[in-house]
Ligand binder design. Sequence first.
Ligand SMILES: Nc1ncnc2c1ncn2[C@@H]1O[C@H](COP(=O)(O)OP(=O)(O)O)[C@@H](O)[C@H]1O
Ligand SMILES: [Mg+2]
Length: 421
Amino acid sequence: MADQPTAGRSKAIRRLKWAMRAFGQLTWGMGTGLLALITFVLGIAVAISSLVGVGILLIRPWLVLLRAVADLERSRLTNQGYEVISPYEQLPQRLRDCLEVVRTDQTTQRDLMWLPVHATWGLIASFFGFQAGINVLREISFPLWWHLLPADEATTLNGLIRVNDWSGAAFSVALGVVWLAVFLFLNPAIVQATAAPGLRLLTAHPDVDLTARIAQLTTTRAAALDAHAVELRRIERALHDGAQNRLVGVAMLTGAAQEALRRDSDSAEAMMEQAHAAAEQALAELRSVVRGILPPILEDRGLAGALNALASSCAVECSVDVDVPVRCPASVESTAYFAAAEALTNISKHSGAYRATLTVRRSQGSLLVVVDDDGRGGAKMDAGSGLAGISRRVAAHDGRTEIQSPVGGPTRIEVELPCGL
Ligand SMILES: Nc1ncnc2c1ncn2[C@@H]1O[C@H](COP(=O)(O)OP(=O)(O)O)[C@@H](O)[C@H]1O
Ligand SMILES: [Mg+2]
């Protein structure tokens, strides 16, 4: 028997926690609903202005916005315990391809169906649930503060009923209790009801072939493992052929010098000098191997500093413009660094350019590295090993490498690396 009040209390606490979570979800839902409404209105404006031509240029940015808003709602649903992954492929750069995405891509069409529903139903229902939470506090605490307000200004039921006396205040408390019931019992159901359209439309359509996406991820993962193995082999070769050989030389020379010391100290001294030189070389090679694994300069001076140092050692005059306010994950930074290093080396080696520019931006969860030169062009992905290696490394991050290099120039290498929000 003694357990009963305890069990009742823990049930009430559980219900309260549940209601608080629902309140958080509805506040979040109100945010995504509001964003959906703004996106919807902008979408209508873009659609109308596309009919007369100009708006057509805004279709891609609008699609980016639509995806960002849908992804925010997906995170809300994931936070509720449903697994809703973002099913997008990268948006194409060209306008015509973007129009094709709107016309044929099922995921985009489902986003377009979800948008007006969430902008209306989602927003209104979430707002109601949010108001219920606010009203509980407001109406129940009403007797504490209503008389402090100027006469005739105290109202209850969202301004609908004016309160002039204590019976009105008591009525407000009664209303507060009703709102409390809504807060405790109805809000969790409202959360589910606002989530429903997203669960139907923002998840991947059964016909959308996620196998293609999975196959792509499997390939890039295999490429990542491959790139890793190649990298290990390169490091092993560099150590084996370089530093290790030099150190073997040092060992032999010092051994021989020891022998010679007993007979002829002059030749011993010459050998010690050789050994010293070989040791210095081994050290230099070890340093260069270390630099090739993760350039220490990235650690010390960040991406901007490291890229500036790269550019200043480039044979062609190169201006650098890096605007990355927060640091990206180390693997992303080092891939961006190696991509820029390869592009700049190529410019020095192959381009015959007078000027180069290196631009780095971070936007919409991606790090974008663009290297331009005004040289003779003709860069090809599979003509050598450098660009192909970079492209594999970038693909391992699920990123994109694009080369525009018509014969006669100019050349632009673009690398985009997802780096989280
Ligand atoms: N910026 C550039 N300007 C002109 N040609 C380039 C440029 N970058 C690369 N190339 C051409 O593309 C080929 C492939 O480059 P890459 O894969 O880096 O191989 P490599 O090992 O020869 O540098 C190069 O051999 C060169 O002919
Ligand atoms: Mg190269």
